[in-house]
Design a protein around this ligand. Structure first.
Ligand SMILES: Cc1cc2nc3c(=O)[nH]c(=O)nc-3n(C[C@H](O)[C@H](O)[C@H](O)COP(=O)(O)OP(=O)(O)OC[C@H]3O[C@@H](n4cnc5c(N)ncnc54)[C@H](O)[C@@H]3O)c2cc1C
Length: 393
């Protein structure tokens, strides 16, 4: 048997294209502090809760300490934010989903579309992860066609609004203190955004059980049973669906970074496993087919990393379009799915045991492939932008 050669790339970060080299010193050092915490504290603490479908509130103070409750409104560069997302995703895709939705769809929504009073009331505790938010768009009968089909109603009353309807798949719906709810104004037919305290009478959330992916992130079915709200519950900047769409632009880019982080996890897990596990008297790493798997995963990872770095540059220049964001989301998750399948194959039977991480990553990738617009829907959005022809109707 020949001894395994020393690894020649700078793992565990799998930053094969050296994107961190583009950050300034302060952001690089901050990223390293975040990575250290995620690697030493979070990564060892997530497999068991994942298996048990259990949320991990005990990990939130550590994330808050690192500023992850408001990383997208703190003035840091898009590349830094993206690399934080990737590092979180490499550690655990459920927590990266929680932090991503929290930042991109809750904190950012209130910060950009909310009134001064709404910001004062909700942002300080959200930014410290002392409270959580739920982004309520999807409905039981309307997923991909939510923009046209949204059925939750907002009725104006003498002193405010009444919300009625139901939502599905809502992250943190059973845990959150505030829900950002998209509802159709019964008067003018426009989709508007509302902040609903989750202790309001008529708000009922039930955890979706038996999920096989993103198992730490809790999702909920929610019923709004004539929830009465004061007039100032409406987000003043959210008076049409176009504004929700603006937020989805950034959040699709975020899912692209998740696709990168997932592949970093796949590469690292497989590389370590292939060096350690021996068959036929030598490490798996010595077999050509396993080497091809590693090389293909590295190729997929580099393609994703290069694309996402350019997405960050476009964000920095304020030139990110829906064509870019939808293409990045669809492509990164497609490649992550391909990489995870290769990784799972190369672990043999252990590829379906959660303790070895690979099946956890693979199942979580299935979820990111479908949320923030499925692969097909993002492809249709991209092709519509390319041709001017819509396949939606
Ligand atoms: C883990 C997870 C977390 C989520 N978190 C949230 C959240 O916090 N808040 C929230 O509001 N939503 C959330 N979602 C909902 C998510 O955005 C939807 O699942 C997604 O939009 C797809 O909707 P759907 O599941 O109803 O699938 P459907 O719309 O029923 O689609 C089923 C299949 O049909 C395909 N399809 C549909 N229309 C077309 C078409 N025109 N052409 C070709 N193919 C088509 C789809 O691509 C898919 O393959 C989450 C989902 C998941 C899985």
């Amino acid at each position: 048997m020949t001894a395994a050669p020393a690894p020649t790339v700078a793992l565990p970060h799998s930053d094969l294209l050296e994107l961190r080299g583009r950050l300034d010193v302060a952001e690089r050092e901050r990223l390293e502090r975040i990575e250290e915490h995620l690697r030493t504290v979070v990564r060892p603490a997530v497999v068991e809760p994942w298996v048990q479908d259990r949320f991990t509130p005990e990990l939130l103070p550590g994330l808050a300490e690192l500023g992850l409750g408001h990383v997208f409104t703190d003035g840091s560069s898009p590349l830094f934010q993206g690399l934080v997302h990737a590092t979180l995703a490499r550690t655990d895709l459920s927590l990266s989903a929680l932090v991503g939705i929290h930042n991109e769809l809750i904190v950012a929504t209130i910060a950009t579309l909310g009134s001064e009073e709404q910001k004062r009331r909700w942002l300080p505790s959200l930014e410290r992860f002392e409270s959580l938010g739920a982004f309520c768009l999807t409905e039981p009968d309307h997923g991909s066609d939510i923009a046209g089909g949204l059925g939750t109603q907002a009725r104006r009353t003498d002193d405010g609004w009444v919300i009625s309807g139901s939502k599905r798949w809502i992250g943190a719906g059973t845990l959150a203190q505030v829900a950002v709810v998209w509802a159709r104004d019964a008067e003018d037919g426009q989709i508007k955004g509302f902040l609903v305290p989750t202790d309001a009478p008529g708000y009922r959330a039930r955890k979706i059980e038996h999920k096989t992916g993103l198992k730490i992130m809790q999702n909920a079915d929610i019923v709004f049973d004539d929830v009465a709200l004061p007039a100032d519950a409406m987000l003043p900047g959210a008076t049409s669906f176009a504004q929700a769409n603006g937020l989805l632009l950034a959040s699709r880019a975020w899912v692209g970074w998740q696709g990168l982080g997932a592949q970093q996890g796949v590469l690292e897990v497989l590389r370590d496993y292939a060096l350690e596990r021996e068959q036929f008297g030598k490490p798996l790493a010595g077999f050509q087919i396993i080497q091809q798997h590693l090389a293909e995963i590295a190729g997929n990872l580099c393609a994703t990393a290069g694309m996402m770095a350019q997405i960050a540059d476009l964000q920095e220049a304020d030139r990110l379009t829906m064509l870019h964001a939808a293409t990045a989301k669809a492509t990164a998750t497609r490649l992550a799915r391909a990489s995870a399948a290769l990784g799972r194959d190369a672990l043999g039977g252990n590829g379906i045991v959660a303790d070895f991480e690979m099946t956890k990553i693979m199942n979580d990738v299935e979820a990111i492939y479908s949320y923030e617009g499925t692969y097909a829907i993002n492809s249709l959005i991209a092709a519509r932008a390319l041709t001017g022809v819509s396949a939606f109707c």
